[in-house]
Each structure stands twice: as C-alpha cells, then as structure tokens.
Design a protein. Sequence first.
Length: 419
Amino acid sequence: MVDDLLASEARGELRVDRRPALVAAVSNFSNFLDLCRKTLRNLEAGVPVVVLSRANTGQHVYRWFQLLREAMQREGVPPELCTFLSADLEGQRRLMAALPESPVFFTGSREVACALKELSPLTFASTGGPNTLVASEWTPPVSEAARVSACIENSGQCTALRHLVAPGLDRQKLEAMFDATPSSSSAAAALQHGHFAALLEPWAKQWSPSEGEASPSPVEGYSLHAKVAACFKLSADLPTDSTSPGQEKGGGLEEHWRRVVVDATSPPGGVGDNNPAFLASLSEWLVREQPITLAVNEARDQGFKLALPLFENTAQVVCSAGDVSESPALTCQARPQDGEIFGEFPPRRNLARHTHFPVVVPSPTPGYTAAYTREHLERVAALEEEGGGYSLCSSELEVRPGFLEARPRSRAGAPLPGR
C-alpha cells in the first residue's frame, strides 16, 4: 500500500507530507500494532519519526528502537529518520506544542486520545472499547471461547472480552467458566507450556481469593471467583453507562486493563430473533459503546439470524461469526493473513473529539496526511467534463477558486495539510 502511495506521488497525483510523525506506543501488542505499523510505514515513505518513551514498560519500546536502528544501519537507511525521545509527559507535551502540524499516531484510552487531540489537531487515535461476545446458546465451546477471550495475556490484549451476552446464565455457570484458567509464573513459562490465556501469578496474587475464606471483590458491584483472580457481574439488563452525571454517554464501561472483569448479560427472553426488542437494545448499546470487536455465535443451521441483524444495525468494524457447537468465534481472534480489516474506533458521534480520521488496518500510514495536488484534481475534473466516468464523485473532485486553500488550521493558526 505504501508502494502504491509513493507511485501516486511520483505520478504527481498527491503529496506525501514529510513533517516528523510522532509515535506514541501502547505497551501491549507494541511490535505489531504500534511500532511496526506506525513507525516502519512512515519510514518507508521517507517520513521522519519520533518514537515517544513510556512511563511504564519503557524498556520494551527503547529496546525495539535499538533493534530498528541496527536494522536501518545494515540496510543503509539514514539514521536521522528515526529518533527516540525519552521524556516525561510534560516534555512530550512541549514537543507536540512545538510541532502543531505534525501527526501524532496513538493507541490507548479514549480519555488520553481526547487530551492529545486538543493539543495536536492531527492526532490519529486507535482507542479501546468493551469487546462483546454474543451467543444464542450457552454451550461448553462457547464457555471456553468466553474464558480465553477474557483471559488472553492476563486480559492484556486490546481485544480481550469485557461483555458477555448469552441466555440461561447464572453464577454457577460463570464460576465454572473460569475454573479451568491456568496460572503461570512468568510470560516465558506461559509460552513454554503453550498458554496464551493464563494469569500471571505475581500480578494475580493482588486479586487472588484468601486461603480458606471468602474475599471481598476488588471491583465494587462484582463477584470475585472463588479460586481465580477474575471478577464478574450478572444481570438481565445491558451494562449501564458509568459516565458521571452531565457527561455525554458512551464509553463509560471501565476497561480494567490487565484485570479479568466481565459483565454478563442474560435476558430472560433469550438471545435471538425470538427476542427482537432485546436485539434492538443490544444494537443501540453496541453503537453507543463502540467495542473494538464483536463475536456472534449461533447454531450453524440458523443462517446468521443473530449475526446479520447485529451487523446491519451496528456496522461494527471487526465482527466475527462462529457457531455454538464446534468453532465459536472469539473476541480476541485476529486474522490479518486472511484479509481481515481491523480498526479501533471511538463512539462515532464523538469521533472528532478523539481522532482526526478513523484508523483502519491495513492502511498506508503516511496516507493519512497526504493530499491530492491541484494539477491532479484539475485533470480529474477535465475527465469528468469529457464524460470520463467520474460523474458519481464530481462534486468532491470539482476544482473551485480557493478550494485547496480552504484548509483546517492548527491551534497555532498554521494551515494543516489539505484533504
């Protein structure tokens, strides 16, 4: 995709903005999701990159940067294209204020994305959300799919399960769901034993039930599993929004990152086309809360009676369909090798508060700040006038006096790259 972008630039169709790109890395999934996608794609287009340090797990990012610099040296890539900034939050804010026209690529919480967007208008943010698994029946395969989705990497993946929807749930079934959860002394030990959904013992001990006695739940309103460091809440209703009074609804279900916390919804009327009122409410909830992933499981012979209306009424970016008896879909599965399109969107009505554009993967990262050239737009407009087949988008491509000059401006008053 970056090759196509550069080819378009060589043909004079667009300009790639080569002001420094600031990359704020998330601590989990960093190598693939953040550092490679954001850093390498920009370097491929000759865009200088500043990799920002982290307050925690900082050595991970720095060591990755060192490996990258070594690879750049071997391949003859100019080292000045990539810089590591070791600075506290205030130092990073000063850099962003000094570079108001530079893009910031960020993955993390919605709250931090909003703060970044206020400081850097060209913030491109991928944000979390309450990943949801829906099942028309509660079966052993669905129970296992929910467990591994909730516990993956000690609930450290951005696609870890936060919300479970299934009929006929009770406390005993939720307890049984977590009973088989393994623990591991370290990440290396988990890899050695083939466990990708184990709880790390040193971290889990802070939440582990006390020996021989009932322990209070570390999360108010939730039940703590009798043996496993996992909390759950069961309700017939969808989780309520936890935003404070007066705040806009949406995104209020706390993530509890690195902690296994699950809200379970079990409506008395069942989960399926026999309960259209609940499906309508669930669709509204999904649109409002905007999870990263939605996994829908039903009987194979049902013909997507559950998955299809949920997809049509929510248009979730990542929507996986599975069956309840053999191969249920997980919230934490990722299949980029099969052409999966991945995206972490904030609630769409608040999109502009969090990000300049929604970010999807795969995409050429430097393309987010690229702009068509006036000459290319004039050529396309001329083709349309000659009946060249561009009539459907002529209103977008028509060149008018001042069209390209009408650009958004940064807080400092400088024009931002045209779109």
